[in-house]
Write a protein that binds this ligand. Structure first.
Ligand code: HEC
Length: 125
């Protein structure tokens, strides 16, 4: 009975807890960022191989971010205007990353980038 109550409570908590962290794991996103993205991207607006990611969750919508992370080259090839513009500017194509084929990983990394934007005041909570 007690355990049932705990489970019901946990489910209810997960459904009702507000904010961008819902169902996503920011810490896991940060870990992924450090392993898979940091060599080419800064969390500030400073350019490395790729653009600085400060404000990226404000300037791109979530579905675009998913599509881009899943297959950057595919987005350029299909003529997505934002992707084509980025490629012209940075003259390098972002690699297709195995971990980004997983939706859960993409959600976690986007949650982490969003938290970075909130911290830097680039988006409002
Ligand atoms: C080998 C270098 C490299 C790696 C690794 C890399 N990127 Fe990129 N990224 C780029 C480049 C270069 C661009 C600019 C577009 C282009 O030409 O491909 C870019 C563009 C982006 C954009 C679009 C930025 C904007 O202003 O719209 C996002 C978002 C992004 N990368 C996120 C990530 C994430 C998250 C990871 C890790 C999972 C990652 N990148 C790993 C090089 C890289």
């Amino acid at each position: 009975m007690f355990f049932r109550a705990v489970i019901v409570f946990c489910l209810a908590w997960n459904i009702t807890s507000p904010g961008p962290a819902m169902g996503q794991d920011i810490a896991a996103g940060e870990d992924l960022f450090n392993r898979k993205c940091k060599m080419c991207h800064r969390l500030s607006d400073g350019t490395k191989q790729g653009p600085g990611l400060e404000g990226v969750t404000a300037r791109r919508d979530e579905s675009w971010l998913h599509a881009w992370l899943e297959d950057p080259k595919g987005m350029i090839e299909k003529g997505d205007p934002v992707a084509v513009e980025l490629q012209k500017k940075y003259k390098k194509v972002m690699t297709k990353i195995a971990a980004m084929q997983d939706e859960e990983n993409r959600k976690n990394i986007i949650a982490f980038l969003r938290q970075n934007d909130i911290k830097r005041g680039a988006v409002k909570e």
